[in-house]
Design a binder for this molecule. Structure first.
Ligand SMILES: Nc1ncnc2c1ncn2[C@@H]1O[C@H](COP(=O)(O)OP(=O)(O)O)[C@@H](O)[C@H]1O
Ligand SMILES: [Mg+2]
Length: 346
């Protein structure tokens, strides 16, 4: 079997900049991750690596045309517009090639957190109440309705905690104005204002399609070990700055120490969301409890992060390990789910 691995590799940081000083390329993959995925896929066939940086576009197309892969393993996050995660899948659809993970429609939809919540609401899947503001007058109109604080403000179409900082949890109109303006001006997109849920946080790794969707052991995201003054959210600071392999912080507990009934409720809710959003092969869904202990979906990630080094605390590989799958087994299980979906045995 010939497998094309499609990815975006993080640019080398400049010598003076620390690894995560800027969140500009937070979603792209490090060379070690790309090599680890390629290595796993080599257990199953010949692997052709394709760097999907925009400057390589002619080479992406010519390589795919020349190599004619049986299937593509897609982890490319794309660049720029809210269509970014869909760019490579749309190209692969145009070329009639098979690929792992979701199609362009799902990737565009889930990158827009508000659109995702609209679909979840239609399916009666709990998600925190929200508004979207795009301008100063939208912000003032929102404040005129006398909102209940605290709220959280996020850029509408980001991931990997880009644009979500400790200061994103706001407790006054002034703080809300500041954060909404930051999303609109710095991130050049609407701001999503959401009810802040004060309860525990979980993330659920899902694999499969249709009736065969499996929820891996639930991970609890713990905030006890973060600095005392922290807002108990998985912010950019918490994800990339305070948890460093050289100074590890215990952030994840897997399986989450929760009653079986709650674990079942969360797993059922997440499988329903994976189906409702037509995610394919795999996804990771973030969940948080409200003050009464009821779970809500925060967001759905159909291209989940997968850092291969266990010390880097990456959720999907951790949940897979708890389910008895090492990194290679996880990658090849996703490949198999895609092959099964296409109805081919290679
Ligand atoms: N409504 C909310 N209530 C409480 N915390 C939230 C809420 N929305 C987001 N957060 C916190 O912010 C983190 C990042 O938000 P999320 O929507 O998952 O963005 P990203 O796409 O960057 O992962 C979450 O893991 C959670 O800790
Ligand atoms: Mg998240």
């Amino acid at each position: 079997m010939k497998i094309a691995l499609l990815y975006n590799q993080k640019p080398e940081p400049s010598a003076s900049a620390s690894r995560y000083e800027s969140d500009e390329f937070a979603e792209w993959d490090a060379p070690e991750t790309i090599e680890a995925v390629a290595n796993a896929l080599r257990e199953r066939g010949e692997v052709v690596k394709i760097d999907c940086a925009p400057a390589n576009l002619p080479r992406i197309v010519s390589t795919l045309l020349a190599e004619k892969p049986d299937i593509c393993f897609n982890i490319a996050e794309g660049i720029g517009a809210p269509s970014r995660e869909a760019q490579i899948p749309a190209l692969l659809d145009m070329m009639g090639l098979r690929y792992t993970a979701s199609d362009p429609a799902t990737l565009c939809l889930t990158l827009d957190k508000a659109r995702t919540k609209e679909v979840l609401s239609y399916h009666r899947i709990p998600t925190p109440a929200f508004s979207v503001v795009e301008s100063q007058s939208d912000i003032e109109a929102f404040l005129n309705h006398d909102p209940r604080f605290p709220l959280i403000v996020k850029p509408l179409c980001e991931g990997s905690s880009k644009g979500i900082f400790e200061r994103s949890v706001v407790s006054s109109p002034e703080e809300l104005r500041r954060q909404a303006r930051e999303a609109i001006e710095r991130y050049r997109q609407p701001a999503l204002i959401e009810r802040f849920l004060s309860g525990r946080e979980f993330t659920v790794a899902l694999i499969g399609n249709g009736d065969g969707i499996e929820a891996l052991p639930i991970i609890e995201v713990c905030f006890d070990h973060l600095p005392k003054e922290s807002r108990k959210i998985y912010s950019y600071e918490a994800k990339w700055l305070w948890d460093d392999p050289s100074n590890p912080v215990e952030v994840f507990k897997c399986p989450a120490p929760i009653p079986q009934a709650l674990a079942d409720e969360i797993a059922t809710m997440c499988k329903k969301a994976h189906r409702a959003l037509r995610c394919r092969d795999w996804s990771r869904i973030d969940v948080r409890l409200d003050e009464r202990g009821k779970p809500h979906i925060l967001e759905v990630n159909p291209l989940p992060g997968i850092l291969p080094n266990p010390d880097e605390h990456s959720c999907f590989p951790l949940a897979a390990r708890m389910a008895g799958m090492d990194f290679n087994a996880l990658i090849n299980r996703v490949l198999d789910e895609a092959l099964k979906r296409y109805g081919v045995a290679l």
